[in-house]
Design a protein around this ligand. Structure first.
Ligand code: HEC
Ligand code: HEC
Ligand code: HEC
Length: 296
């Protein structure tokens, strides 16, 4: 509820804000002079990118995530062989080792450049051990074969997950509801960030009426942004709801606190909003999208 005091408070704080803007206008020329960046020992890492033909085994070039599912099978097949070898169940052991050999060799069929990672001699040893029922040898051989998995994973696993399985925002657009224009994600984010910061600045300067006015563009931009989530989140809307739903709850609460002129509570509420709406989406989407854009 508005009280007379609060209305007068808004008027006075509005004047202070205006005065602040005028006095901060002058900037000393020497402050503009460029400072040299202190030299520092450069630290860097080298990452190998997977060969481009790997894309053939992933969506959208493929209907399925063939490479990834081959990997899941390999892990399962190793476990099955270990367990059946320990229990001495030869028939099942043979069945799973045949599957394993086929999948392991398919790595080089899919990616000829990666044939060098495979330990084909160990594969022969495995076949012999299974045939001659030397079950004790099997876990030893599997351990050695496991090293070939590790070598390639060290070189390529993380980067492949990032390149082929993380959401790509570089081509994503958000529709501006007024102009119907399709806007790039970076531009949307910059506007959104400015809108949130204007609310923040106004709260810090006790300009609660200005802060209230500035919530409107935040709401509008978030509404437009949320329209783009369903480009990818088609069937399962729960992740989106958690984030957009938090905004739908927190922004009205913030408005109430601004109307009551409660500086510390509004500051806290805005912080909560920034964590639950912005930071949570960034943890999954911005981090991987930024990393991905560095690689591409
Ligand atoms: C020549 C390279 C190469 C070899 C050899 C290889 N992998 Fe992989 N593996 C990969 C790549 C690349 C990924 C990342 C795939 C992704 O995230 O989409 C991966 C991912 C995996 C994953 C998925 C992990 C997860 O939960 O996301 C498993 C499981 C796996 N590999 C098992 C194996 C096993 C077991 C072997 C050995 C028998 C093996 N891989 C050999 C390249 C290899
Ligand atoms: C370019 C495609 C794409 C867009 C656009 C997109 N997402 Fe996602 N999102 C994904 C993928 C892929 C995953 C990981 C798989 C999954 O969990 O569904 C994911 C996961 C998430 C997760 C983590 C999973 C979870 O259960 O918590 C959240 C939260 C999320 N998205 C929120 C959003 C919101 C909010 C929007 C819109 C503002 C959005 N996403 C837009 C593709 C996208
Ligand atoms: C989809 C979930 C999502 C939500 C919700 C979200 N962001 Fe982002 N944000 C991203 C992604 C993805 C990028 C990287 C975009 C790119 O570089 O193309 C990004 C980048 C940014 C950037 C950097 C822009 C640049 O040019 O590098 C800022 C600033 C930003 N977001 C602010 C915010 C603020 C403030 C909020 C909350 C009001 C917010 N974002 C909510 C996904 C989200």
């Amino acid at each position: 509820m508005y009280s007379r005091e609060n209305n007068r408070g808004f008027l006075i704080s509005g004047l202070i804000c205006l005065a602040g803007m005028i006095f901060s206008g002058s900037v000393l020329a020497e402050q503009l002079a460029e400072k040299a960046v202190p030299s520092e020992t450069q630290r860097s890492i080298t990452l190998q990118l997977p060969p481009k033909n790997l894309a053939r085994w992933y969506k959208p070039e493929n209907k399925r995530q063939v490479w990834l599912h081959t990997m899941f099978r390999l892990r399962r097949e190793i476990l099955a062989m270990q367990d059946y070898a320990a229990k001495g169940q030869q028939e099942n052991l043979k069945k799973w080792s045949d599957k394993f050999i086929k999948d392991y060799l398919s790595i080089a069929q899919m990616m000829p450049q990666w044939e060098k990672y495979l330990f084909k001699d160990k594969l022969e040893m495995l076949q012999i051990a299974v045939k001659s029922q030397q079950n004790k040898q099997i876990s030893l051989i599997l351990k050695k074969l496991g090293k070939s998995c590790m070598h390639c994973h060290d070189d390529y696993q993380t980067i492949t997950t990032l390149l082929y399985r993380s959401a790509d925002f570089s081509q994503q657009k958000v529709i501006n509801r007024q102009t119907q224009e399709a806007v790039d994600y970076d531009d949307v984010m910059e506007h959104l960030s400015n809108a949130v910061n204007r609310v923040n600045i106004a709260i810090k300067d006790d300009c609660f009426d200005t802060a209230l006015e500035n919530i409107k563009p935040v709401k509008e931009q978030l509404a437009a942004l949320s329209g783009s989530c369903s480009n990818c989140h088609k069937k399962d809307n729960i992740p989106v709801q958690r984030i957009i739903g938090a905004a739908d709850k927190l922004l009205p609460e913030l408005e109430q606190q601004l109307k009551a002129g409660d500086k510390s509570q509004s500051g806290r509420k805005l912080g909560e909003f920034a964590v639950k709406v912005c930071a949570r989406c960034h943890a999954i989407h911005r981090l991987s999208s930024d990393l991905k854009s560095i690689l591409e």
